[in-house]
Design a protein around this ligand. Sequence first.
Ligand code: ATP
Ligand code: ATP
Ligand code: MG
Ligand code: MG
Lengths: 258, 258
Amino acid sequence: MKIWAISNQKGGVGKTTTAITLGGILANRKFRVLLVDMDPHGSLTSYLGLNPDEISFSVYNLFQDRVAGRMLRPEAYVVNTACEGMALLPSSTALATIERLAGVGGMGLVMANSLALLKDQYDYVVLDSPPMLGALMVNALAACTQLVVPVLSEFLAVQGLDRMLNTLEMIARSRKVSIPCTIVPTLFDRRTRASQETLEKLKLRYGSRVWDQEIPVDTRLREASQAGLPPSHYAPASRAVQAYSNLTDHLLQNDPPT
Amino acid sequence: MKIWAISNQKGGVGKTTTAITLGGILANRKFRVLLVDMDPHGSLTSYLGLNPDEISFSVYNLFQDRVAGRMLRPEAYVVNTACEGMALLPSSTALATIERLAGVGGMGLVMANSLALLKDQYDYVVLDSPPMLGALMVNALAACTQLVVPVLSEFLAVQGLDRMLNTLEMIARSRKVSIPCTIVPTLFDRRTRASQETLEKLKLRYGSRVWDQEIPVDTRLREASQAGLPPSHYAPASRAVQAYSNLTDHLLQNDPPT
Ligand SMILES: Nc1ncnc2c1ncn2[C@@H]1O[C@H](COP(=O)(O)OP(=O)(O)OP(=O)(O)O)[C@@H](O)[C@H]1O
Ligand SMILES: Nc1ncnc2c1ncn2[C@@H]1O[C@H](COP(=O)(O)OP(=O)(O)OP(=O)(O)O)[C@@H](O)[C@H]1O
Ligand SMILES: [Mg+2]
Ligand SMILES: [Mg+2]
Protein backbone atom coordinates (compact mmCIF):
# COMPACT_ATOMS: atom_id res chain seq x y z
CA MET A 1 0.00 0.00 0.00
CA LYS A 2 1.26 3.49 -0.92
CA ILE A 3 0.27 6.77 0.75
CA TRP A 4 0.21 10.07 -1.17
CA ALA A 5 -0.08 13.25 0.96
CA ILE A 6 -1.44 16.39 -0.75
CA SER A 7 -0.10 19.31 1.31
CA ASN A 8 0.62 23.01 1.28
CA GLN A 9 0.11 25.41 4.18
CA LYS A 10 -1.00 28.09 1.70
CA GLY A 11 -4.75 28.13 1.41
CA GLY A 12 -6.87 27.69 -1.72
CA VAL A 13 -4.21 26.18 -4.00
CA GLY A 14 -6.24 23.12 -5.03
CA LYS A 15 -5.29 20.52 -2.37
CA THR A 16 -8.80 19.10 -2.01
CA THR A 17 -9.45 19.26 -5.76
CA THR A 18 -6.16 17.41 -6.40
CA ALA A 19 -6.89 14.75 -3.74
CA ILE A 20 -10.36 13.91 -5.05
CA THR A 21 -9.32 13.96 -8.70
CA LEU A 22 -6.28 11.70 -8.17
CA GLY A 23 -8.43 9.39 -6.02
CA GLY A 24 -11.08 9.16 -8.74
CA ILE A 25 -8.53 8.48 -11.50
CA LEU A 26 -6.82 5.74 -9.44
CA ALA A 27 -10.24 4.14 -8.71
CA ASN A 28 -11.06 4.24 -12.46
CA ARG A 29 -7.78 2.41 -13.07
CA LYS A 30 -9.08 -0.32 -10.71
CA PHE A 31 -6.79 0.44 -7.76
CA ARG A 32 -8.44 0.10 -4.33
CA VAL A 33 -8.42 3.67 -3.02
CA LEU A 34 -8.89 5.24 0.43
CA LEU A 35 -9.28 9.05 0.69
CA VAL A 36 -8.44 10.58 4.09
CA ASP A 37 -9.66 14.08 5.07
CA MET A 38 -7.30 15.58 7.64
CA ASP A 39 -8.62 19.15 7.35
CA PRO A 40 -10.87 20.24 10.28
CA HIS A 41 -12.75 22.37 7.78
CA GLY A 42 -13.73 19.11 6.04
CA SER A 43 -13.87 20.21 2.36
CA LEU A 44 -13.32 16.65 1.10
CA THR A 45 -15.98 15.29 3.49
CA SER A 46 -18.54 17.96 2.40
CA TYR A 47 -17.61 17.39 -1.25
CA LEU A 48 -18.72 13.76 -0.86
CA GLY A 49 -22.03 14.74 0.74
CA LEU A 50 -21.26 14.29 4.47
CA ASN A 51 -21.40 17.02 7.17
CA PRO A 52 -18.18 17.46 9.22
CA ASP A 53 -20.21 19.24 11.95
CA GLU A 54 -22.51 16.28 12.57
CA ILE A 55 -20.52 13.19 11.60
CA SER A 56 -20.21 10.54 14.34
CA PHE A 57 -16.90 8.90 13.39
CA SER A 58 -13.86 10.48 11.76
CA VAL A 59 -10.07 10.86 11.79
CA TYR A 60 -10.63 12.61 15.13
CA ASN A 61 -11.54 9.28 16.74
CA LEU A 62 -8.13 7.85 15.85
CA PHE A 63 -6.44 10.60 17.88
CA GLN A 64 -8.88 10.11 20.75
CA ASP A 65 -8.21 6.37 20.77
CA ARG A 66 -4.47 7.06 20.92
CA VAL A 67 -4.82 9.56 23.82
CA ALA A 68 -7.09 7.13 25.71
CA GLY A 69 -4.66 4.25 25.13
CA ARG A 70 -7.29 2.27 23.19
CA MET A 71 -6.40 -0.02 20.28
CA LEU A 72 -6.42 1.75 16.92
CA ARG A 73 -9.27 0.45 14.68
CA PRO A 74 -9.32 2.70 11.60
CA GLU A 75 -11.59 0.33 9.62
CA ALA A 76 -14.38 1.20 12.07
CA TYR A 77 -14.34 4.81 10.88
CA VAL A 78 -14.13 4.29 7.10
CA VAL A 79 -17.27 4.95 4.97
CA ASN A 80 -18.05 4.06 1.35
CA THR A 81 -18.51 6.77 -1.29
CA ALA A 82 -20.76 6.88 -4.37
CA CYS A 83 -17.74 5.85 -6.45
CA GLU A 84 -16.90 2.22 -6.75
CA GLY A 85 -13.46 1.34 -5.42
CA MET A 86 -13.10 4.60 -3.45
CA ALA A 87 -13.66 4.73 0.35
CA LEU A 88 -13.35 7.73 2.72
CA LEU A 89 -11.99 8.28 6.23
CA PRO A 90 -13.84 11.55 6.89
CA SER A 91 -12.96 14.64 8.92
CA SER A 92 -14.92 16.35 11.66
CA THR A 93 -14.70 19.89 12.96
CA ALA A 94 -13.52 18.50 16.31
CA LEU A 95 -10.22 17.80 14.53
CA ALA A 96 -9.31 21.47 15.09
CA THR A 97 -8.65 20.66 18.77
CA ILE A 98 -5.89 18.16 17.84
CA GLU A 99 -3.44 21.02 17.43
CA ARG A 100 -3.53 21.42 21.21
CA LEU A 101 -2.13 17.92 21.61
CA ALA A 102 0.85 18.65 19.39
CA GLY A 103 3.20 18.65 22.39
CA VAL A 104 2.04 15.19 23.61
CA GLY A 105 4.50 12.38 22.78
CA GLY A 106 3.72 10.02 19.92
CA MET A 107 0.95 12.17 18.42
CA GLY A 108 2.96 12.62 15.23
CA LEU A 109 2.58 8.93 14.25
CA VAL A 110 -1.15 8.34 14.75
CA MET A 111 -1.90 8.37 11.03
CA ALA A 112 1.14 6.29 10.08
CA ASN A 113 0.28 3.62 12.68
CA SER A 114 -3.45 3.63 11.80
CA LEU A 115 -2.94 3.35 8.05
CA ALA A 116 -0.41 0.50 8.53
CA LEU A 117 -3.35 -1.56 9.88
CA LEU A 118 -5.18 -1.13 6.55
CA LYS A 119 -2.29 -2.14 4.27
CA ASP A 120 -4.01 -5.27 2.92
CA GLN A 121 -7.28 -3.53 2.08
CA TYR A 122 -6.11 -0.65 -0.16
CA ASP A 123 -3.54 -0.07 -2.92
CA TYR A 124 -3.42 3.73 -2.61
CA VAL A 125 -4.31 6.15 0.17
CA VAL A 126 -4.67 9.86 -0.72
CA LEU A 127 -4.43 12.30 2.25
CA ASP A 128 -5.92 15.83 2.02
CA SER A 129 -4.19 18.21 4.49
CA PRO A 130 -5.32 21.46 6.16
CA PRO A 131 -3.73 24.81 5.20
CA MET A 132 -1.52 24.94 8.32
CA LEU A 133 1.92 23.59 9.20
CA GLY A 134 0.75 21.95 12.45
CA ALA A 135 0.24 18.53 14.07
CA LEU A 136 -2.15 17.27 11.37
CA MET A 137 0.18 18.10 8.49
CA VAL A 138 3.12 16.58 10.37
CA ASN A 139 1.04 13.40 10.68
CA ALA A 140 0.46 13.37 6.93
CA LEU A 141 4.16 13.94 6.16
CA ALA A 142 5.15 11.21 8.65
CA ALA A 143 2.77 8.67 7.03
CA CYS A 144 3.28 9.33 3.33
CA THR A 145 5.38 7.48 0.75
CA GLN A 146 5.09 10.42 -1.66
CA LEU A 147 4.28 14.13 -1.27
CA VAL A 148 2.32 16.20 -3.81
CA VAL A 149 2.44 19.99 -3.34
CA PRO A 150 -0.14 21.95 -5.38
CA VAL A 151 1.08 25.54 -5.86
CA LEU A 152 -0.60 28.59 -7.35
CA SER A 153 1.89 30.04 -9.77
CA GLU A 154 1.98 33.48 -8.19
CA PHE A 155 3.99 35.47 -5.66
CA LEU A 156 1.99 34.96 -2.42
CA ALA A 157 1.74 31.21 -2.94
CA VAL A 158 5.46 30.58 -3.36
CA GLN A 159 6.41 32.13 0.00
CA GLY A 160 6.97 29.58 2.67
CA LEU A 161 7.36 26.58 0.35
CA ASP A 162 10.90 26.12 1.67
CA ARG A 163 9.55 25.81 5.20
CA MET A 164 7.33 22.91 4.28
CA LEU A 165 9.95 21.13 2.23
CA ASN A 166 12.44 21.54 5.11
CA THR A 167 9.89 19.97 7.48
CA LEU A 168 9.48 17.06 5.03
CA GLU A 169 13.28 16.58 4.82
CA MET A 170 13.50 16.53 8.61
CA ILE A 171 10.74 13.89 8.93
CA ALA A 172 12.20 11.78 6.10
CA ARG A 173 15.65 11.80 7.77
CA SER A 174 14.16 10.69 11.12
CA ARG A 175 12.28 7.89 9.31
CA LYS A 176 15.48 7.02 7.40
CA VAL A 177 13.58 6.97 4.11
CA SER A 178 13.65 9.21 1.06
CA ILE A 179 10.24 10.60 0.13
CA PRO A 180 9.72 11.78 -3.48
CA CYS A 181 8.08 15.20 -3.74
CA THR A 182 6.32 16.71 -6.75
CA ILE A 183 5.41 20.41 -6.95
CA VAL A 184 2.32 20.77 -9.15
CA PRO A 185 1.42 24.19 -10.67
CA THR A 186 -2.40 24.47 -10.37
CA LEU A 187 -5.06 26.96 -11.53
CA PHE A 188 -2.57 27.88 -14.21
CA ASP A 189 -3.61 30.64 -16.59
CA ARG A 190 -1.25 30.81 -19.57
CA ARG A 191 -2.47 34.29 -20.49
CA THR A 192 -1.21 35.94 -17.27
CA ARG A 193 2.36 37.26 -17.41
CA ALA A 194 2.74 36.90 -13.61
CA SER A 195 1.89 33.16 -13.84
CA GLN A 196 4.57 32.46 -16.45
CA GLU A 197 7.22 34.47 -14.58
CA THR A 198 6.51 32.76 -11.25
CA LEU A 199 6.60 29.33 -12.91
CA GLU A 200 10.08 30.09 -14.26
CA LYS A 201 11.20 31.11 -10.76
CA LEU A 202 9.72 27.92 -9.28
CA LYS A 203 11.64 25.76 -11.77
CA LEU A 204 14.85 27.69 -11.15
CA ARG A 205 14.56 27.22 -7.41
CA TYR A 206 13.19 23.67 -7.13
CA GLY A 207 14.46 22.08 -10.38
CA SER A 208 13.20 18.58 -11.17
CA ARG A 209 10.84 18.58 -8.16
CA VAL A 210 8.53 20.77 -10.27
CA TRP A 211 6.28 18.67 -12.55
CA ASP A 212 6.87 19.49 -16.23
CA GLN A 213 3.19 20.26 -16.97
CA GLU A 214 0.47 22.37 -15.28
CA ILE A 215 -3.16 21.93 -14.25
CA PRO A 216 -5.15 24.55 -16.21
CA VAL A 217 -7.99 26.67 -14.83
CA ASP A 218 -11.14 24.71 -15.75
CA THR A 219 -14.66 25.62 -14.64
CA ARG A 220 -15.71 21.96 -15.03
CA LEU A 221 -13.88 21.32 -11.72
CA ARG A 222 -16.10 23.76 -9.86
CA GLU A 223 -19.19 22.26 -11.45
CA ALA A 224 -18.01 18.81 -10.34
CA SER A 225 -17.80 19.93 -6.69
CA GLN A 226 -21.33 21.30 -6.94
CA ALA A 227 -22.48 17.93 -8.31
CA GLY A 228 -20.64 16.06 -5.52
CA LEU A 229 -18.79 13.85 -8.03
CA PRO A 230 -15.01 13.57 -8.47
CA PRO A 231 -13.95 15.49 -11.61
CA SER A 232 -12.68 12.17 -13.04
CA HIS A 233 -16.29 10.88 -12.96
CA TYR A 234 -18.11 14.17 -13.75
CA ALA A 235 -15.99 15.43 -16.67
CA PRO A 236 -13.43 12.77 -17.63
CA ALA A 237 -12.67 14.44 -21.00
CA SER A 238 -12.06 17.91 -19.55
CA ARG A 239 -8.64 19.57 -19.95
CA ALA A 240 -8.00 19.56 -16.18
CA VAL A 241 -8.81 15.86 -15.76
CA GLN A 242 -6.59 15.01 -18.74
CA ALA A 243 -3.77 16.95 -17.05
CA TYR A 244 -4.43 15.18 -13.75
CA SER A 245 -4.31 11.86 -15.61
CA ASN A 246 -0.82 12.75 -16.88
CA LEU A 247 0.11 13.69 -13.31
CA THR A 248 -1.10 10.28 -12.11
CA ASP A 249 1.23 8.58 -14.64
CA HIS A 250 4.14 10.64 -13.27
CA LEU A 251 3.27 9.86 -9.63
CA LEU A 252 2.84 6.13 -10.35
CA GLN A 253 6.32 6.08 -11.89
CA ASN A 254 7.74 7.71 -8.72
CA ASP A 255 5.81 5.42 -6.37
CA PRO A 256 4.49 2.25 -8.06
CA PRO A 257 2.07 -0.14 -6.27
CA THR A 258 3.61 -2.63 -3.84
CA MET B 1 -10.27 53.26 17.11
CA LYS B 2 -12.15 50.61 15.11
CA ILE B 3 -10.95 47.05 14.41
CA TRP B 4 -11.95 45.18 11.25
CA ALA B 5 -11.24 41.42 11.20
CA ILE B 6 -10.94 39.70 7.78
CA SER B 7 -11.72 36.04 8.43
CA ASN B 8 -12.78 32.79 6.82
CA GLN B 9 -11.50 29.33 7.70
CA LYS B 10 -11.66 28.38 4.01
CA GLY B 11 -8.31 28.91 2.37
CA GLY B 12 -7.46 31.06 -0.64
CA VAL B 13 -10.61 33.22 -0.68
CA GLY B 14 -8.79 36.59 -0.70
CA LYS B 15 -8.42 37.39 3.03
CA THR B 16 -4.89 38.78 2.73
CA THR B 17 -5.70 40.60 -0.52
CA THR B 18 -8.78 42.17 1.11
CA ALA B 19 -6.84 43.18 4.25
CA ILE B 20 -4.03 44.92 2.36
CA THR B 21 -6.35 46.62 -0.13
CA LEU B 22 -8.72 47.96 2.54
CA GLY B 23 -5.70 49.10 4.59
CA GLY B 24 -4.23 50.94 1.58
CA ILE B 25 -7.55 52.63 0.71
CA LEU B 26 -8.07 53.77 4.34
CA ALA B 27 -4.48 55.15 4.44
CA ASN B 28 -5.11 57.03 1.16
CA ARG B 29 -8.17 58.57 2.80
CA LYS B 30 -5.82 59.88 5.54
CA PHE B 31 -6.93 57.50 8.31
CA ARG B 32 -4.09 56.24 10.55
CA VAL B 33 -4.00 52.50 9.79
CA LEU B 34 -2.45 49.47 11.54
CA LEU B 35 -2.40 46.13 9.69
CA VAL B 36 -2.08 43.01 11.90
CA ASP B 37 -0.96 39.64 10.45
CA MET B 38 -2.34 36.81 12.59
CA ASP B 39 -1.60 34.03 10.08
CA PRO B 40 1.44 31.86 11.00
CA HIS B 41 2.04 31.48 7.28
CA GLY B 42 2.63 35.27 7.19
CA SER B 43 1.29 36.17 3.71
CA LEU B 44 0.69 39.80 4.71
CA THR B 45 4.17 40.04 6.27
CA SER B 46 5.84 38.56 3.14
CA TYR B 47 3.71 40.78 0.91
CA LEU B 48 5.24 43.82 2.63
CA GLY B 49 8.80 42.54 2.17
CA LEU B 50 9.51 40.97 5.59
CA ASN B 51 10.34 37.28 6.28
CA PRO B 52 8.08 35.55 8.86
CA ASP B 53 10.78 32.86 9.35
CA GLU B 54 13.45 35.32 10.46
CA ILE B 55 11.58 38.25 11.98
CA SER B 56 12.58 39.13 15.58
CA PHE B 57 9.34 40.67 16.87
CA SER B 58 5.77 39.83 15.93
CA VAL B 59 2.25 39.09 17.16
CA TYR B 60 3.80 35.95 18.70
CA ASN B 61 5.59 38.11 21.29
CA LEU B 62 2.26 39.42 22.57
CA PHE B 63 1.16 35.87 23.40
CA GLN B 64 4.53 35.09 24.99
CA ASP B 65 4.32 38.24 27.13
CA ARG B 66 0.85 37.16 28.31
CA VAL B 67 1.98 33.61 29.18
CA ALA B 68 5.04 34.99 31.04
CA GLY B 69 2.88 37.49 32.93
CA ARG B 70 4.79 40.44 31.43
CA MET B 71 3.13 43.77 30.62
CA LEU B 72 1.72 43.93 27.10
CA ARG B 73 3.66 46.48 24.95
CA PRO B 74 2.32 46.11 21.38
CA GLU B 75 3.96 49.36 20.18
CA ALA B 76 7.34 47.68 20.63
CA TYR B 77 6.49 45.17 17.91
CA VAL B 78 4.95 47.49 15.28
CA VAL B 79 6.98 48.32 12.13
CA ASN B 80 6.47 50.97 9.45
CA THR B 81 5.63 50.01 5.86
CA ALA B 82 6.57 51.70 2.58
CA CYS B 83 3.11 53.31 2.57
CA GLU B 84 2.59 56.51 4.47
CA GLY B 85 0.01 56.23 7.21
CA MET B 86 0.06 52.39 7.26
CA ALA B 87 1.98 50.45 9.96
CA LEU B 88 2.25 46.64 10.43
CA LEU B 89 2.23 44.28 13.40
CA PRO B 90 3.84 41.33 11.59
CA SER B 91 3.45 37.57 11.95
CA SER B 92 6.10 34.94 12.53
CA THR B 93 6.00 31.21 11.86
CA ALA B 94 6.30 30.62 15.61
CA LEU B 95 2.67 31.76 15.79
CA ALA B 96 1.67 28.23 14.72
CA THR B 97 2.49 27.01 18.25
CA ILE B 98 -0.14 29.33 19.80
CA GLU B 99 -2.84 26.83 18.94
CA ARG B 100 -1.40 24.60 21.69
CA LEU B 101 -2.19 27.27 24.26
CA ALA B 102 -5.85 27.43 23.23
CA GLY B 103 -6.91 25.67 26.44
CA VAL B 104 -5.03 28.13 28.70
CA GLY B 105 -7.31 30.73 30.41
CA GLY B 106 -7.39 34.26 29.05
CA MET B 107 -5.62 33.48 25.77
CA GLY B 108 -8.71 34.50 23.80
CA LEU B 109 -8.34 38.18 24.74
CA VAL B 110 -4.63 38.82 24.07
CA MET B 111 -5.32 40.74 20.86
CA ALA B 112 -8.27 42.69 22.27
CA ASN B 113 -6.22 43.77 25.32
CA SER B 114 -3.11 44.59 23.25
CA LEU B 115 -4.94 46.67 20.64
CA ALA B 116 -6.79 48.61 23.37
CA LEU B 117 -3.37 50.01 24.38
CA LEU B 118 -2.95 51.50 20.89
CA LYS B 119 -6.35 53.21 20.67
CA ASP B 120 -4.94 56.76 20.54
CA GLN B 121 -2.42 56.01 17.81
CA TYR B 122 -4.62 54.56 15.04
CA ASP B 123 -8.07 55.18 13.56
CA TYR B 124 -8.46 51.73 11.93
CA VAL B 125 -6.88 48.35 12.57
CA VAL B 126 -7.27 45.64 9.89
CA LEU B 127 -6.64 42.05 11.08
CA ASP B 128 -5.72 39.27 8.58
CA SER B 129 -6.66 35.81 9.96
CA PRO B 130 -5.33 32.31 9.22
CA PRO B 131 -7.51 29.74 7.38
CA MET B 132 -8.40 27.83 10.56
CA LEU B 133 -11.13 28.20 13.22
CA GLY B 134 -8.66 28.10 16.14
CA ALA B 135 -7.23 30.27 18.93
CA LEU B 136 -5.88 32.95 16.55
CA MET B 137 -9.19 33.44 14.75
CA VAL B 138 -11.06 33.50 18.08
CA ASN B 139 -8.68 36.30 19.15
CA ALA B 140 -9.53 38.27 16.01
CA LEU B 141 -13.30 37.78 16.49
CA ALA B 142 -13.02 38.77 20.18
CA ALA B 143 -11.14 42.00 19.30
CA CYS B 144 -13.05 43.25 16.25
CA THR B 145 -15.75 45.91 15.95
CA GLN B 146 -16.69 44.62 12.47
CA LEU B 147 -16.18 41.31 10.63
CA VAL B 148 -15.52 41.03 6.88
CA VAL B 149 -15.86 37.51 5.39
CA PRO B 150 -14.44 37.11 1.86
CA VAL B 151 -16.11 34.16 0.14
CA LEU B 152 -15.44 32.47 -3.19
CA SER B 153 -18.77 32.17 -4.89
CA GLU B 154 -18.63 28.40 -5.33
CA PHE B 155 -19.76 25.23 -3.61
CA LEU B 156 -16.68 24.23 -1.55
CA ALA B 157 -16.23 27.75 -0.17
CA VAL B 158 -19.76 28.11 1.18
CA GLN B 159 -19.58 25.00 3.37
CA GLY B 160 -18.82 25.78 6.97
CA LEU B 161 -19.72 29.48 6.78
CA ASP B 162 -22.46 28.86 9.36
CA ARG B 163 -19.89 27.47 11.77
CA MET B 164 -17.86 30.67 11.69
CA LEU B 165 -20.85 32.96 11.94
CA ASN B 166 -22.13 30.91 14.91
CA THR B 167 -18.74 31.33 16.61
CA LEU B 168 -18.95 35.09 15.99
CA GLU B 169 -22.49 35.23 17.48
CA MET B 170 -21.29 33.33 20.54
CA ILE B 171 -18.35 35.72 21.09
CA ALA B 172 -20.53 38.82 20.49
CA ARG B 173 -23.09 37.57 23.05
CA SER B 174 -20.37 37.02 25.67
CA ARG B 175 -19.00 40.53 24.97
CA LYS B 176 -22.60 41.90 25.10
CA VAL B 177 -22.04 43.78 21.84
CA SER B 178 -23.46 43.40 18.37
CA ILE B 179 -20.80 43.01 15.68
CA PRO B 180 -21.78 43.89 12.09
CA CYS B 181 -20.72 41.25 9.57
CA THR B 182 -20.36 41.65 5.81
CA ILE B 183 -19.99 38.65 3.46
CA VAL B 184 -17.97 39.77 0.41
CA PRO B 185 -18.06 37.69 -2.82
CA THR B 186 -14.45 37.70 -4.14
CA LEU B 187 -12.69 36.41 -7.27
CA PHE B 188 -16.08 36.70 -8.92
CA ASP B 189 -16.27 35.63 -12.55
CA ARG B 190 -19.56 36.72 -14.08
CA ARG B 191 -19.14 34.33 -17.00
CA THR B 192 -19.30 31.17 -14.85
CA ARG B 193 -22.77 29.72 -14.30
CA ALA B 194 -21.69 28.09 -11.01
CA SER B 195 -20.61 31.53 -9.63
CA GLN B 196 -23.97 33.14 -10.35
CA GLU B 197 -25.93 30.20 -8.89
CA THR B 198 -23.88 30.09 -5.70
CA LEU B 199 -24.20 33.86 -5.25
CA GLU B 200 -28.00 33.51 -5.39
CA LYS B 201 -27.84 30.77 -2.75
CA LEU B 202 -25.61 32.93 -0.54
CA LYS B 203 -28.08 35.82 -0.70
CA LEU B 204 -31.01 33.52 0.02
CA ARG B 205 -29.31 32.07 3.06
CA TYR B 206 -27.58 35.15 4.55
CA GLY B 207 -29.79 38.02 3.28
CA SER B 208 -28.55 41.53 3.94
CA ARG B 209 -25.27 40.28 5.42
CA VAL B 210 -24.12 39.70 1.82
CA TRP B 211 -22.67 42.86 0.27
CA ASP B 212 -24.67 43.96 -2.79
CA GLN B 213 -21.62 44.03 -5.13
CA GLU B 214 -18.70 41.67 -5.87
CA ILE B 215 -14.92 41.89 -6.18
CA PRO B 216 -14.08 40.84 -9.77
CA VAL B 217 -11.17 38.62 -10.80
CA ASP B 218 -8.40 41.09 -11.69
CA THR B 219 -4.84 40.10 -12.58
CA ARG B 220 -3.63 43.56 -11.46
CA LEU B 221 -4.02 42.29 -7.87
CA ARG B 222 -1.53 39.46 -8.46
CA GLU B 223 0.89 41.88 -10.08
CA ALA B 224 0.57 44.17 -7.07
CA SER B 225 1.59 41.36 -4.69
CA GLN B 226 4.62 40.67 -6.87
CA ALA B 227 5.53 44.37 -6.69
CA GLY B 228 5.07 44.39 -2.89
CA LEU B 229 2.66 47.35 -3.06
CA PRO B 230 -0.97 47.42 -1.87
CA PRO B 231 -3.30 47.24 -4.88
CA SER B 232 -4.66 50.69 -3.88
CA HIS B 233 -1.17 52.10 -4.51
CA TYR B 234 -0.12 49.86 -7.44
CA ALA B 235 -3.28 50.03 -9.58
CA PRO B 236 -5.73 52.53 -8.06
CA ALA B 237 -7.85 52.72 -11.24
CA SER B 238 -8.24 48.92 -11.60
CA ARG B 239 -11.71 47.35 -11.47
CA ALA B 240 -10.91 45.42 -8.30
CA VAL B 241 -9.62 48.47 -6.42
CA GLN B 242 -12.70 50.46 -7.51
CA ALA B 243 -14.88 47.64 -6.11
CA TYR B 244 -12.86 47.58 -2.87
CA SER B 245 -13.30 51.36 -2.64
CA ASN B 246 -17.10 50.87 -2.78
CA LEU B 247 -16.73 48.16 -0.11
CA THR B 248 -14.81 50.62 2.08
CA ASP B 249 -17.72 53.11 1.82
CA HIS B 250 -20.12 50.36 2.93
CA LEU B 251 -17.88 49.29 5.85
CA LEU B 252 -17.36 52.90 7.01
CA GLN B 253 -21.14 53.36 7.11
CA ASN B 254 -21.44 50.22 9.30
CA ASP B 255 -18.56 51.23 11.57
CA PRO B 256 -17.63 54.93 11.36
CA PRO B 257 -14.49 56.32 13.05
CA THR B 258 -14.74 57.11 16.75
N1 ATP C 1 -7.87 23.73 -12.00
C1 ATP C 1 -8.89 24.40 -11.44
N2 ATP C 1 -9.71 25.14 -12.22
C2 ATP C 1 -10.73 25.85 -11.68
N3 ATP C 1 -11.02 25.90 -10.37
C3 ATP C 1 -10.24 25.18 -9.54
C4 ATP C 1 -9.15 24.39 -10.01
N4 ATP C 1 -8.56 23.80 -8.95
C5 ATP C 1 -9.25 24.20 -7.86
N5 ATP C 1 -10.27 25.01 -8.23
C6 ATP C 1 -11.21 25.73 -7.34
O1 ATP C 1 -10.41 26.59 -6.53
C7 ATP C 1 -10.90 26.59 -5.19
C8 ATP C 1 -9.78 26.15 -4.25
O2 ATP C 1 -9.55 24.78 -4.43
P1 ATP C 1 -9.48 23.78 -3.20
O3 ATP C 1 -10.59 24.00 -2.25
O4 ATP C 1 -9.29 22.43 -3.77
O5 ATP C 1 -8.10 24.29 -2.55
P2 ATP C 1 -7.45 23.86 -1.17
O6 ATP C 1 -6.00 24.08 -1.29
O7 ATP C 1 -7.92 22.51 -0.82
O8 ATP C 1 -8.09 24.93 -0.15
P3 ATP C 1 -7.94 24.91 1.46
O9 ATP C 1 -6.61 25.56 1.72
O10 ATP C 1 -9.10 25.72 1.97
O11 ATP C 1 -8.00 23.49 1.89
C9 ATP C 1 -12.11 25.70 -5.16
O12 ATP C 1 -13.19 26.52 -5.30
C10 ATP C 1 -11.95 24.82 -6.41
O13 ATP C 1 -13.18 24.45 -6.94
N1 ATP D 1 -9.93 39.73 -7.07
C1 ATP D 1 -8.87 38.97 -7.35
N2 ATP D 1 -8.48 38.82 -8.62
C2 ATP D 1 -7.41 38.03 -8.93
N3 ATP D 1 -6.66 37.36 -8.03
C3 ATP D 1 -7.00 37.48 -6.74
C4 ATP D 1 -8.10 38.28 -6.32
N4 ATP D 1 -8.18 38.21 -4.97
C5 ATP D 1 -7.18 37.38 -4.57
N5 ATP D 1 -6.46 36.96 -5.63
C6 ATP D 1 -5.34 36.00 -5.65
O1 ATP D 1 -5.86 34.78 -5.15
C7 ATP D 1 -4.92 34.13 -4.29
C8 ATP D 1 -5.55 33.95 -2.92
O2 ATP D 1 -5.69 35.19 -2.28
P1 ATP D 1 -5.19 35.43 -0.79
O3 ATP D 1 -3.85 34.89 -0.57
O4 ATP D 1 -5.44 36.86 -0.49
O5 ATP D 1 -6.28 34.51 -0.04
P2 ATP D 1 -6.32 34.13 1.50
O6 ATP D 1 -7.74 33.85 1.83
O7 ATP D 1 -5.62 35.16 2.28
O8 ATP D 1 -5.47 32.77 1.52
P3 ATP D 1 -5.01 31.97 2.86
O9 ATP D 1 -6.23 31.15 3.23
O10 ATP D 1 -3.85 31.13 2.42
O11 ATP D 1 -4.66 32.99 3.89
C9 ATP D 1 -3.71 35.04 -4.27
O12 ATP D 1 -2.83 34.52 -5.18
C10 ATP D 1 -4.22 36.40 -4.73
O13 ATP D 1 -3.24 37.10 -5.42
MG1 MG E 1 -8.81 21.84 0.96
MG1 MG F 1 -4.09 34.94 3.68
